[in-house]
Design a protein around this ligand. Sequence first.
Ligand code: M6R
Length: 613
Amino acid sequence: MCGIVGYIGTGAVQNILLNGLKNLEYRGYDSAGLALNDNAGIKVYKASGKLNNLVDLLSHKNNTANTFKGIGHIRWATHGKPTVENAHPHLSNDEKIVLVHNGIIENYQELKDKLQAKGYTFHSKTDTETAVLLIEDEYKQTKNLEQAVINAVKQLKGAFAFCIMHQDEPDKIIAVRNHAPLILGQGHSGNFIASDIPALIGQASQSIYLDDRELAIVTQNNITIKTFEGAVKIKPMTLIDMKAESISRRGYPHFMLKEIMEQPDIMRNLLSSSLSAKDAPITFSGLDADKLFSHVTKLEIIACGTSLNAARVAKALFERLCRLPVEVTAASEYIYKTNLTDENTLCIGISQSGETADTITAVRQAKEAGAKVLVLTNRANSSIIRYADASLPLMAGIEISVAATKSYTAQLMVLYLLAVMLAEKSNKITPAYAETIKNTLLTLPALTEQVLDLSEQAKALAAKYKNATDFIYMARGINLATAAEGALKLKEISYINAVDYAAGELKHGPIALLDENMPVLAVLPKDSVVFSKVLSNCEEAKARRAPLIALTTESAVLPENIFDDIIRLPDAPELVTPMLCAPFLQLFAYETACALGREVDQPRNLAKSVTVE
Ligand code: M6R
């Protein structure tokens, strides 16, 4: 959700910044811009749309010589349309200060009114321009960029990460962080600033994560970190261990397909680090489970989007295996509900990125209400970790495609392991049953490989249904979340309006939608306790002429002439079928999006890290 970069040094500034932005493109692609400082001063270049438009614009300019620093931005629009005027960097009225921003300034209107009353002119509809003009106003008094920035940011409310340059102070870039991620990098040619590590790969060898209410004065040879109160902070550098290979498509046409195909290996890694054999105990390195779970009488799971669907599967698991009451809440709704969180609550926050603003806010509130907090995230140094009593890594490797795939099954695997571990520890399941489930978990990587072998069937299905304008996904029980996740995947990358329903609810209203133009995909694995009931709902749908797809398992016996298409996944106990259904539904969504010529990895209007509430 917006990405910012900065660089000061002897390297090729423009290329370094453009490469950095390329690796942050998953954060937004509504517009892009650079501000470059050379001996003649600061020049700003902006283009609406994808980064390539900026690259084209810059290919007609000659900026490579004498440029010694610069800042850059890719935008996911919040305030103001994705136009050139609203693209960052934004300039002060005297055109000496330039700034890029990730986040939202909540009190921008009030500040804007004051600045306008003082005679400042706004050229954009963004909240960001308020910040640069406020710094300009402060600079008039202080004549010192660092002090002007400190004075200005103390007046801002909301989330912000900034890179700021002043023409009259060419030796530095100032970086600021408050509730939006920002990392400093050190390399042989100079110093770097970025919203996320991929922008630093191949350039910086070491990094420092800024904390909230901190700023850094970044020069070519030095980085000084201070709090908003002016106290100097000494922070150690850590080695950047992410490899360039991890952010490449490795021959796949899209990151999404590569990430779908990585799932069996990720499952293997998760299993091998927590479960050595079916009769071995489940352990998580560094997690003191006894301490974390002691006195816990209820679970509260908080997440958004795909992570929220993983939470829904987890609810079924923990309730069934651990006999613990579980409440699942969309993070964006957490603040509105009557808060029953207390010190006997274990709050589990799930976030692939660890930067989702809604989830971070909700988790922070749960902690303030006395809950213990366990976080599941794919990004070890992400912001959400700061509010956690304990965290578990998803070990999925960086996920670039905006549509979450491998992180979902990684979340599920960790949740399965956690639920079985807790059920065993609290004697809620017999040792024999625990062994059976563990054995099943150990088979999942190989079973998932069999699911991924069905990609030709996914392609054929996509070719047949790609022109549908609407789609219904239905299921019962633990696979309700599967239907939700399948529908979410389809709508976000193909733009087909896919809606998930509890199969039994169809007859209470949505069945009115059914006709020959409304395909229905039913999730009905054989071993399911709800199999026959979903089958009845399928009959009801067919009676209304809906094209009907069964996502079922090999040995399921289905009535003849009901289903237009049948996809058979390998047989598995019902409890783990969400793990096997998801990869097929990911493939179906992927193939549909490809068949429609969509931008698979960068679907319209979306961004990977949603860092605004
Ligand atoms: O990084 P998070 O897991 O916190 O992200 C939550 C959602 O924004 C994310 O899952 C989103 O729904 C994906 N685009 C789904 O594919």
